[in-house]
Design a protein around this ligand. Structure first.
Ligand code: GDP
Ligand code: GDP
Length: 479
């Protein structure tokens, strides 16, 4: 048995250390308390994590919390444990509060003790229950840790990515398991049941473990309801195939190409907003609500009318919220004989008006006649599959370096880079000076990223952050 990877969790009181500990451990052990300042001893538990068919023994250490005005003593204790025991340190921060002087004190001590030089220290920004604004991430980078990951310990978000990020640094410590992938999944499910992990929220981050959500959006009268009915047709399901999953009555479940999807907020489509004159208006609030719930949006456009300001507005909302998108040019039956308005010309117009959604595939269809919808199933499946990709840190860092030698007009120097999230795909690159990242270099990165990994239909976010300490790369993968 190889020695366990020692993961030490530190942070000031009430940031969610013990909640994170429980998540990573998979069982309820440490006392979680709402009152800051409740004393508890240092806690250590052994567990096992899996990666690429290997099992990794892990020792999780929660450094506890004394809190209050005794935090100086606490810092000393936490840093001592980190110095003596850690293979890797998880420095937990609170996204809702931001960086506090106590966080700064603790990080300063870690630096002074030499831990930061010898051990990887990851900033775990906790309590990101919904999407964290990009500006906020910069605040946490300002502390100077080599990597910032956003999680919600309470809801189990980001746990798989965090474990993978840790294990990829210790490839040599894994033990081969001659078990098939399918058996592995089963084994994991069993442990979850056994340990009563809250599976409903745990799976939130992983599209392969929950039903993906699709929203049909568009201005009034473009044919959203007609499209929904055409898609649902005989595919509609009354009950969820997953026991215990309750389906909101305004949402519809459907099975397409052997996969189940939830079409969200269909009542929002049907309950049309009207002005006093009885004219339908675009409900931006309803649309945004549906988009925030969705993994993928189908933006319905009117082939008879062409693109209007309202379409552009919804397109902008989609980009802002960050879900994946398909542009569906509906009512194309009305244009079949219009030789002046070909598909190519229509696509060109869409691209011009909605340049910010240039990554979205365009489908020409007639919802009324159920025409042109044949490819929709496979398109939805492929887009969500690509959205799910997680690029290993080592590969991504190497790739950024390579691409920056191809085009780099201001000679920016790149260090560690990694994928910080999947919904939407978000990447953070450490760079000598973010001002040297010329807009053409940014564009080159995004284009090259799509060429290499696709991410069809999904927005890609790239953040460039000034490197504080020029840290080494993670260990090279052995495979
Ligand atoms: P510790 O003192 O650092 O060990 O923090 P705890 O784990 O005891 O958590 C402190 C409080 O934060 C508790 O009320 C938790 O329920 C809450 N908390 C922990 N993680 C999250 C999270 O991801 N989101 C939210 N909203 N609250 C959280
Ligand atoms: P919603 O307001 O976006 O939900 O739009 P509806 O689904 O209620 O459709 C508005 C009108 O457009 C109805 O009269 C539909 O019959 C018509 N419509 C919807 N899809 C098509 C289509 O593909 N071709 C044509 N010609 N008319 C359509």
């Amino acid at each position: 048995m190889s020695s366990p990877i020692r993961v030490v969790i530190i942070g000031r009181p009430n940031v969610g250390k013990s909640t994170l500990f429980n998540r990573l451990y998979g069982k309820r052990r440490a006392l979680v308390h709402d009152e800051p300042g409740v004393t508890r001893d240092r806690l250590e538990e052994r567990t096992e994590w899996w990666l690429h068919g290997q099992v990794f023994p892990v020792a999780l250490v929660d450094t506890g919390g004394v809190g209050g005005d005794r935090f100086a003593v606490e810092i000393e204790k936490q840093v001592k444990i980190a110095v003596e025991q850690a293979d890797i340190v998880l420095f937990v921060l609170d996204s809702k509060v931001g960086v506090t002087p106590l966080d700064e004190d603790l990080f300063r001590e870690l630096n002074r003790s030499g831990v930061v030089k010898k051990t990887p220290v990851l900033a775990i920004v906790n309590k990101v229950d919904a999407e964290l604004h990009e500006d906020r991430i910069h605040e946490f980078y300002s502390l100077g840790m080599e990597q910032v990951l956003t999680v919600s310990a309470e809801h189990g978000r980001g746990m798989d990515d965090l474990k993978r990020d840790i294990l990829e640094r210790f490839e040599g410590r894994g033990i081969d398991q001659p078990i098939e992938e399918d058996e592995l999944i089963e084994a994991e499910v069993e442990t979850e049941v056994e340990t009563e992990v809250e599976t409903e929220t745990e799976v939130e981050d992983d599209l392969s473990k929950r039903i993906p959500r699709v929203a049909i959006v568009g201005k009034p009268n473009v044919g959203k309801s007609t499209l929904l009915n055409a898609i649902l047709g005989e595919n509609r399901m009354i009950t969820s195939p997953i026991a215990g999953t309750t389906v909101d009555s305004v949402d519809s479940l459907a099975q397409l190409g052997g996969k189940t999807y939830l079409f969200v907020d269909t009542a929002g489509i049907r309950r049309k907003s009207k002005t006093e004159q009885g004219v339908e208006v675009l409900s931006v609030v309803q649309t945004r609500k549906a988009l925030e719930k969705a993994d993928l949006a189908i933006l319905v456009l009117d082939g008879e009318q062409g693109i209007t300001d309202q379409d552009e507005k919804i397109g902008g909302l989609i980009e802002e919220v960050g879900c994946s998108v398909i542009l569906l040019m509906n009512k194309w039956d009305t244009q079949r004989k219009n030789e002046g308005f070909t598909k190519e010309l229509a696509a060109e117009k869409i691209r011009k008006k909605m340049a910010y959604l240039r990554y979205a595939p365009i489908v020409f269809a007639s919802a009324l006649r159920s025409q042109g919808l044949e490819d929709l199933e496979s398109l939805i499946e492929e887009i969500l599959h690509q959205r799910q990709l997680k690029i290993p840190t080592h590969d991504f860092t190497e790739w950024v370096r390579k691409e920056s030698t191809i085009h780099n007009p201001m000679n920016a120097k790149f260090y560690l880079s990694h994928q910080s999230g999947r919904h939407p795909p978000t990447f953070v690159c450490h760079v000598s000076d973010p001002d040297k990242v010329h807009f053409s270099l940014r564009r080159h990165f995004v284009n090259a990223l799509r060429e290499r990994w696709g991410y069809m239909g999904s927005p890609v976010r790239m953040l460039f952050v000034e490197v504080k300490s020029k840290r080494r790369l993670p260990r090279k993968k052995k495979v």
